[in-house]
Design a protein around this ligand. Sequence first.
Ligand SMILES: [Zn+2]
Length: 150
Amino acid sequence: MTAAMDRDARGSTPAVVPLEITRACCDAMIAHCRAESPLECCGLLGGRPPRASSFHPLPNVAPQGETRYEADPVAVIEAVRSLRDEGMEILAIYHSHPRWEAVPSRTDLETNYWGEMPRIIVSLLADPPEIRIWRLDPKSFEELPWRLVP
Ligand SMILES: [Zn+2]
């Protein structure tokens, strides 16, 4: 369960609170994706829910970096620790699709190490890049709402 989710008083119908991404975070994420292209890149956004205000690029240690990404686990731990020191938490994981649209690939579904964590995909096919956010299951995916904030 992530902070982007909220449940009503009866605990039945989940109401999705849109993730808010600050302009600075969004710009930094896009710059990272462009700098690493044609390799995929990844990182995480943190903050106090629902606002993602803290940007953490992560080294992609996947051997086939053009079509895969795998965050360096040590860098993940360091990012989580630094967020915790600021009273923040991970709100979303992002990765880029340098040459594909911003929808989850089969690999994204099959190698979902992050459970229900919202997954941002930045597609560089378009300019400006397209950004969409998903929740992944092993066999399906669901788009999540988000909005840009100052
Ligand atoms: Zn992907």
